[in-house]
Design a protein around this ligand. Structure first.
Ligand code: ADP
Ligand code: MG
Length: 315
């Protein structure tokens, strides 16, 4: 099968094109209609075997995950999806792998209304780059910058499960092959859920002042938001929304380490004025207050002890 047949077979018709997509797969570029008063949000993420997923992992989940982690950046800026492009480097043509991979991608794309509108296909070591495109009213898009002293700090989603899932998959490599064998924590690592719907609800009804998605770990990502906003944080570590599985299976110390420093949960960390809390909580019951912004720099716990921004770093 040549690359055009491969694209046709596996990667055409993924997701329903919105009105904004004037032209999708098939020409030299995709074309998007622009709207006055809106901004486009672009982000690209590369997923590599044995770095972002076990090489032998269920290909359906590899497809889901590659799109989900890129999509999380759109949620973090409250930019609703327009579409995505896929740059794929494949070592060989394995029809069963490609079929399952494209089905996982399709499942996420269709659930989130995010059509595949173009890409690139080459032979080489397995690498999956997903570029997502979103849009938001210019005055409503969220940034890392914007948190004010006095704002509440909240987490949307729970923490620690993806780290536990990664440990489990590393400890039992065979387990990665079949997603039907996974429990809650393996799913949390390989099949992260989207926060888009809640983000858009908040965007339209609550004055969120800043946001970041938690990909490298709560403390590391919180520090990025604080630095961009030029504020400090007092965090109540006893209030963290630790995933229930960890509460049953791990010691309190392990739970805290996973929640603070483990990455890959793709929860959202956001800040908002205290007056906006009742409405925000009504719209998003899974939102948890974990602290507040204060003047200064850095992070402290509830006892005033400084917290180091430890988390995952590639280099
Ligand atoms: P060009 O050489 O002009 O860059 P290609 O031959 O690489 O174009 O691709 C042909 C069409 O197929 C383009 O519209 C491109 O966006 C699309 N395409 C290529 N690979 C993929 C893929 N993996 N997924 C989706 N669309 C793809
Ligand atoms: Mg071309």
């Amino acid at each position: 099968m040549d690359e055009f047949a491969l694209i046709q077979q596996y990667f055409s018709g993924i997701g329903t094109p919105s009105q904004q997509v004037v032209l999708g797969i098939g020409d030299d570029c995709a074309l998007l209609a622009g709207h006055t008063g809106e901004q486009l949000a672009l982000s690209v993420d590369t997923s590599l075997p044995d770095r972002h997923f076990p090489a032998q992992a269920d290909p359906w989940a590899i497809g889901w995950r590659a799109l989900s982690v890129a999509f999380s950046d759109l949620s973090a800026m409250a930019a609703e999806p327009v579409g995505f492009t896929l740059a794929l480097s494949l070592p060989e043509q394995n029809p069963a792998w490609l079929q399952a991979f494209s089905q996982g991608l399709r499942a996420f794309a269709e659930a989130q209304n995010c059509p595949l509108i173009g890409g690139d296909t080459t032979r080489g070591p397995l690498a999956i780059s997903v570029q997502v495109i979103g849009r938001a009213p210019a005055h409503r898009v969220w940034r890392r910058q914007g948190a004010q002293a006095g704002d509440l700090i909240a987490v949307l989603g729970d923490l620690g499960a993806a780290y536990a899932g990664l440990q489990s998959l590393l400890g039992d490599p065979e387990l990665a092959r079949d997603r039907h064998q996974w429990g809650a924590v393996e799913q949390a690592y390989m099949l992260p859920e989207s926060r888009m719907q809640e983000a858009l609800r908040l965007r339209d009804q609550v004055p969120v002042t800043a946001c970041i998605d938690i990909s490298d770990g709560l403390l590391a990502d919180c520090q990025h938001l604080l630095a961009a906003s030029a504020v400090a944080a007092e965090l109540d570590l006893a209030a963290l929304p630790i995933h229930p599985w960890l509460k049953h299976h791990w010691t309190p110390e392990q739970q805290l380490d996973a929640a603070c420093e483990g990455g890959d949960d793709y929860a959202l960390l956001l800040t908002l004025p205290a007056t906006a809390w009742p409405r925000a909580h009504q719209l998003c019951p899974h939102l948890t207050i974990i602290g507040r912004c204060v003047a200064g720099a850095g992070m402290r716990n509830q006892l005033g002890t400084p917290l180091a921004p430890r988390g995952f770093k590639h280099f």
